[in-house]
Design a protein around this ligand. Structure first.
Ligand SMILES: Cc1ncc(COP(=O)(O)O)c(C=O)c1O
Length: 443
């Protein structure tokens, strides 16, 4: 009988089914990263690759932070695992206290999961259960947004609005509607920061409410800045309007801050940056600096308190994961918060943002560049799609960047970037100059 120790059948990449990857294309010419430190990866050819996208928007404090590594190692020696149901452990208790003091407004409670996708499904379920508990069981509709990305769970896929992520998976959840996205090249191309145009698009929420009636709508979920679709910056006043319409109609507002959390915009959260407090907020990625999978859903007191009713022995929320608040993840998150504070990284992010803005906008005028946008330490360069072959131009740019020692993120015909917040001005310059060369060399 095979016992797991036998040699591979062949020295091949074939068994590995890679996520969000053109597997056959990749396996024909694999890119294998073998180590990472600071702003760089090293690949299996020994090349240094500058990381312009914090891994997948998660390594906010740069790679290989010793304090985080050491905290994970120390925790593994003391206690590798503790059941999350009916037992606690010191790390989860301490992390909850520290996170809730960092969360904005009255987001005073936190529920742990392991990924952004799980955080989103958790937040949606809490929203549904909250209304039911209050005797408002008709409020079951969930509103997402076109081009939104909320992970790959069935809930997140349903409220998400990227066509390729939805179209193969049937009808998804019933009772979902979508706000329009806010991107309009003829109105906002090459805007620095928040566009002036597009605030009125928030009023579509009124239209959706008129269609379904507010009494059927549980929650609106949006990314304050849509990241995965290619950095769509909210128009001025847009998020404020969404918040006020939700308030007026008793609809919960969920901010999906899986990307924008932990300093990406220079404040701890986008909620702080925009001065808008949601009712629930999902976070992940930067929470552990990408080191151990973990996500956290911030919940306001009013929602939490409404669950804490009835007999004490009743489980208030029938939801949770084997690895909710995993000890290694908690240790990593606590050390990450220390690193953020010691390096004053959120302020550093604020200081870098104008440097980032002028660097990325210096690519205006290069051939095929049809838009450049930015906010905080996020930015994107949109390219003209090739006739009949959408996404291939940006993929060619992605490959050219890699060959020149730069890792960028490609989404559709957009190059999206979000460097670690430890980047130096020179490294920002290097990112932009390599990307510029790659764009110029790609037809
Ligand atoms: C806004 C947002 N929500 C949810 C997710 C899903 O996170 P994960 O890939 O950890 O499941 C992502 C991932 O990029 C994201 O950007």
């Amino acid at each position: 009988m095979p016992d797991g120790t036998q040699r591979p059948k062949a020295n091949t990449h074939e068994p590995y089914w890679m996520p969000f990857t053109a597997n056959r294309q990749f396996k024909a010419a694999p890119r294998i990263l073998v180590s990472a430190k600071g702003m760089h990866y090293t690949d299996d050819q020994g090349r240094q690759i500058l990381d312009s996208s914090s891994g997948l928007w998660c390594v906010n404090a740069g790679h290989g932070r010793e304090k985080i590594t050491e905290a994970i190692r120390a925790q593994a020696e003391v206690m590798d695992y503790a059941p999350a149901f009916q037992c606690g452990h010191p790390g989860a208790v301490e992390l909850s206290a520290r996170l809730t003091s960092l969360f904005p407004g009255d987001l005073d409670h936190v529920f742990y999961a392991n990924s952004g996708s799980e955080a989103v499904d958790t937040a949606l379920k809490i929203a549904l259960a909250y209304h039911q508990l209050r005797g408002d069981a008709r409020r079951t509709r969930l509103i997402g947004r076109e081009r939104g990305y909320h992970g790959v769970g069935i809930g997140g896929t349903s409220v998400g609005g990227i066509s390729n992520n939805r179209k193969h998976f049937g009808n998804l959840l019933a009772g979902i509607d979508h706000l329009p996205h806010t991107h309009n090249l003829s109105e906002m191309a090459f805007t620095r920061g928040q566009p002036e145009w597009g605030t009125h698009l928030a009023e579509d929420l009124e239209r959706i409410i008129a269609l379904h009636d507010a009494s059927t709508i549980a929650a609106v979920i949006i990314e304050p800045v849509a990241g995965s679709t290619g950095v769509l910056v909210p128009p001025k006043g847009y998020l404020e309007k969404i918040r006020s319409i939700c308030d007026e109609h008793g609809i919960l507002l969920i901010f999906d801050e899986v990307i924008t959390g932990f300093g990406r915009l220079g404040d701890p959260f986008a909620a702080d940056y925009f001065g808008i407090v949601p009712d629930l907020m999902t976070t992940a990625k930067g929470l552990t600096n990408g080191s151990v999978p973990m996500s956290a859903v911030a919940v306001c007191s009013q929602i939490y308190d409404s669950f804490m009713q009835g007999p004490d022995h009743i489980i208030e929320l029938f939801h949770g994961y084997t690895y909710s608040g995993h000890p290694l993840a908690c240790a990593a998150a606590l050390a990450t918060l220390d690193v953020f504070a010691e390096d004053d990284l959120f302020n550093r992010s604020q200081t870098l943002a104008p440097i980032w803005e002028s660097a990325i906008h210096s690519l205006k005028g290069l051939s095929n560049v049809i838009d450049i946008r930015n906010i905080g330490m996020m930015g994107a360069v949109e390219l003209m799609p090739r006739d009949g072959a959408p996404t291939t131009r940006a993929y060619a740019v992605y490959l050219a960047c890699y060959e020149k020692g730069l890792l960028v993120r490609q989404t559709g015909d957009i190059i999206a970037m979000s460097p670690p917040l430890i980047a130096t001005k020179a490294q920002i310059g290097e990112i932009i100059s390599i990307l510029g060369e790659a764009i110029c060399e790609t037809d």
